[in-house]
Design a binder for this molecule. Structure first.
Ligand SMILES: Nc1ncnc2c1ncn2[C@@H]1O[C@H](COP(=O)(O)OP(=O)(O)OP(=O)(O)O)[C@@H](O)[C@H]1O
Ligand SMILES: [Mg+2]
Length: 289
């Protein structure tokens, strides 16, 4: 053993009081390096005619150029984001609507190419993108097969897990109906059940836990803990700070595409809460005027 290695030896007593998550964390599983994602939006005319609030948001992002009907607009959804994730970490992503959370996850999943910068994933990004392969016109059963194959399972492995997946999702006989006939909660629960049927290297959950009752949340949390113990990395996007606090040891806060804070859950959630409260206050003041 070299001197350098000895330097890292720690007396177990020195670790008393550490959160368990701190000890489980392994080497890097994901590196996001100066990542920029810019969407190109064609036909500026549609801006503001769709959902009013999102239209306004888009106009604000694209600025004055939005007046150009039919022009190509650019939306800078993720700006210069850099972080390293580790095996065994569960990382929450918070931020107000349109701050770039879903875009960041989709880029990590390899569903959108970086406009600038890079994403490096260690190991097989097996789970990544299971949402993309599910089809509303097909039954839950067919989708479980397709999703399972996309995760790298064999046909017989999917068959073996079929009952467990249906049971976990709690969709019963709906499994024989096309997914488009599902309630949004059923769809979200099935996606979660499929995504976690194999133990993925990186599990990404975008809002899915908001749907579902307490018992589903409990089951999901147990499954997430299992994945982390298997040295996977979990990303959770949620507007529920309580969910983030229950599941994540670290939180990234995005605002207007930028990473404004990256740190322990309690610290980041406290700052983010303060920010949201002051935002609400200034909005209600503006309304009164
Ligand atoms: N496919 C797309 N084409 C063009 N612009 C997009 C597209 N998807 C998202 N955007 C824009 O990119 C920005 C970031 O959106 P994103 O969906 O990543 O935010 P979010 O943080 O997930 O928001 P929410 O909390 O509402 O889910 C927003 O301004 C949004 O309008
Ligand atoms: Mg989103």
């Amino acid at each position: 053993m070299t001197d350098a290695e000895l330097d890292f030896e720690v007396d177990p007593e020195d670790l008393e009081g550490w959160a368990p998550a701190t000890r489980e964390i392994g080497g890097p599983s994901l590196v996001v390096d100066h990542l920029d994602i810019t969407y190109r939006v064609f036909g500026g005319k549609k801006l503001g005619t769709s959902d009013e609030s999102s239209g306004r948001r888009l106009q604000r992002v694209v600025g004055r150029r939005s007046g150009h009907v039919g022009a190509v607009q650019q939306v800078r959804a993720v700006r210069d984001v850099t972080f390293v994730a580790h095996h065994g970490e569960s990382i929450g992503i918070v931020g107000i609507n349109g701050s770039g959370k879903s875009t960041l996850l989709r880029a990590v999943a390899g569903l959108i190419p970086p406009t600038k910068g890079s994403v490096y994933v260690a190991g097989e990004p097996s789970l990544l993108g299971v949402n993309a392969v599910l089809m509303g016109d097909l039954t839950g059963e067919r989708n479980i097969m397709i999703g399972g194959l996309a995760l790298g399972l064999s046909r017989s492995e999917v068959q073996q897990r079929m009952d467990d997946i249906v049971e976990f999702a709690g969709i019963g006989d709906f499994v024989y109906l096309p997914m488009k006939a599902y309630s949004s909660g059923m769809g979200a629960r099935l996606r979660f059940a499929i995504s976690t049927a194999a133990t993925p290297d990186i599990l990404m959950i975008d809002e899915a836990l908001a749907t579902g009752d307490a018992s589903f949340r409990e089951k999901s949390k147990a499954r997430i803990d299992e994945i982390r113990q298997g040295a996977g990395t979990v990303f959770l996007v949620s507007h529920s700070l309580a969910t983030v606090q229950a599941i994540c040891s670290r939180v990234l806060w995005l605002h207007q595409g930028r990473l404004v804070m990256d740190g322990p859950t309690e610290e980041v959630c406290a700052s983010y809460k303060e920010f949201v409260q002051s935002l609400r206050k200034s909005r209600s003041l503006a309304k009164k005027k």
